[in-house]
Design a protein around this ligand. Structure first.
Ligand SMILES: C[S@@+](CC[C@H](N)C(=O)[O-])C[C@H]1O[C@@H](n2cnc3c(N)ncnc32)[C@H](O)[C@@H]1O
Length: 205
């Protein structure tokens, strides 16, 4: 079983807080609107989304991109129930329960929106990862996602702040736009007003 059941400190239509950390907040909605309205020209037929959260990106992908197929993977069981509800109103969405890394995903997609959350407990095994461990995880994820993208596929993820956009091994990076956004409530309860619309594309040999 690759799914988990968590006790959230707060869980409603606007906020998810677990272990004192903001997993997702509706304050991200204006930024996400900017992402999908800018990228709708891509017109992907098939979309893979990692992490349902509050379903904000899922709703915007449906609205702006209207893919023929929209697969969503969600690891947490109560959030998965919200995803099942969402599916009722969006027939092109297929829900999947589990850790995306441990699910057998056989299909390739035109667009991936990658927005999971690392449920870590400080001081415990598999707690907060060191910089080197994050780099390894990032490289492994990049390799997995490359295999899941069609040849001209696009991988997108949120980028907060006005800092450098880190390269992803095996991918090009495109910064579509840097923008000021209404304050976003971050995991550590700080607020962020800078973000960027970015995407990566696989480098073909
Ligand atoms: C930041 S939220 C996603 C927010 C979402 N994009 C939205 O617009 O509301 C992260 C989500 O990813 C889920 N998640 C975390 N790790 C995951 C994994 N390995 N596989 C699938 N889902 C995962 C979390 O349970 C949570 O629902």
């Amino acid at each position: 079983m690759t799914s988990i059941k968590l006790e959230f400190d707060e869980k409603n239509a606007d906020i998810l807080i677990w272990n004192g950390k903001v997993v997702m907040s509706r304050t991200e909605e204006p930024y996400f609107k900017a992402i999908f309205s800018r990228l709708k020209y891509l017109k992907p037929n098939s979309v893979l989304e990692i992490g349902f959260g509050l379903g904000i990106s899922a709703g915007l992908i449906q609205k702006y991109m209207a893919p023929r197929l929209h697969d969503i993977y969600e690891i947490e069981r109560s959030i998965y129930i919200d995803l099942e509800r969402f599916v009722g109103e969006h027939p092109s969405v297929r829900p999947h329960l589990g850790d995306w890394k441990r699910c057998s995903i056989t299909q390739q997609y035109d667009f991936i929106f990658f927005d999971p959350f690392h449920y870590s407990v400080e001081g415990e095994l598999d707690g907060d990862l060191s910089h080197e461990e994050w780099s390894t995880v990032r490289a492994e994820n990049a390799e997995r996602m490359k295999a899941l993208l069609s040849e001209r596929g696009v991988l997108c993820h949120p980028h907060f702040g006005d800092g450098e956009v880190p390269d992803l091994p095996g991918f090009t990076t495109t910064i579509v736009e840097r923008l000021k956004v209404s304050p976003i409530r971050m995991a550590d309860e700080t607020y962020c007003e800078d973000a960027a619309v970015i995407f990566h594309q696989p480098i073909t040999d």
